[in-house]
Design a protein around this ligand. Structure first.
Ligand SMILES: Nc1nc2c(ncn2[C@@H]2O[C@H](COP(=O)(O)OP(=O)(O)OP(=O)(O)O)[C@@H](O)[C@H]2O)c(=O)[nH]1
Ligand SMILES: [Mg+2]
Length: 213
């Protein structure tokens, strides 16, 4: 085999096997595990809340522009006593979904502390997305959507409201991250740069369109 053929062959292998680590973080009870179960299995298990102990692992393959992106998703425990376990995973994460609960002001107020922690422990180029979860609970809403949008703008991170219960925007959150990671890994010179903010704005389901909000 010539060098060119070997190089092309290796490139194809890399293209077909993009593996990227994505970490879910946020206060206990905001719905990280529920979001992941909805994304992975398409279901929501109502009932008593069972807090994650330590960390959970799920692999999920997302196909982006005919390229398979394997997301290794790390579901962290939000409880304070597991914080040192979470810290150990930040460094190897390529993407990070940061959640708050739209019915919990304290989970929203803690986002700034989470971002400080992320900037301290994670890689500087980590893809960050802010998610306001439990968007189906409109009657208990404590944080308006525009407050989430404003905070996200302040930190230049994309934002959307999700519901692990109804599934609203759940696939989109993970797909947008997978697309960003794929474009970073395989950037064709002729291709325009992927704009995650624009993609999300065009795809997301907003208040007004759905009865959930
Ligand atoms: N209505 C509604 N309830 C939700 C949603 N997401 C999670 N819940 C509920 O909120 C509670 C906490 O959800 P979890 O997914 O376990 O929360 P977590 O963020 O993983 O919590 P830790 O593992 O302790 O960090 C559970 O009772 C869920 O059923 C949602 O989108 N809508
Ligand atoms: Mg959990």
């Amino acid at each position: 085999m010539s060098h060119t053929v070997i190089a092309l062959h290796c490139q194809a292998l890399i293209k077909d096997n993009i593996v990227r680590a994505t970490i879910l973080v946020g206060d206990s009870g905001v719905g990280k595990t529920s979001l992941l179960v909805q994304f992975d299995q398409g279901k929501f298990i109502p009932g008593s809340f069972s807090a994650t102990v330590g960390i959970g692992f799920t692999n999920k393959v997302v196909t982006v522009d005919n390229v398979k992106v394997k997301l290794q998703i790390w579901d962290t425990a939000g409880q304070e006593r597991f914080r040192s376990v979470t810290h150990a995973y930040y460094r190897d994460a390529h993407a990070l979904l940061l959640l708050y609960d739209i019915t919990s002001k304290s989970s929203f107020d803690n986002i700034r502390a989470w971002l400080t922690e992320i900037h301290e422990y994670a890689q500087s180029d980590v893809v960050i997305m802010l998610l306001g979860n439990k968007a189906d609970m409109s009657s208990d809403r404590a944080i308006r959507r525009d407050e989430g949008e404003r905070l996200a703008r302040e930190y230049s991170v994309p934002f959307m409201e999700t519901s692990a219960k109804t599934g609203v925007n759940v696939d989109l959150a993970f797909t947008a991250v997978a697309k960003e990671l794929k474009h970073r890994a395989v950037q064709h010179p002729s291709e325009p740069k992927f704009q995650i903010h624009e993609y999300i704005e065009a795809q997301k389901e907003k208040s007004g369109c759905c009865s959930y909000f």
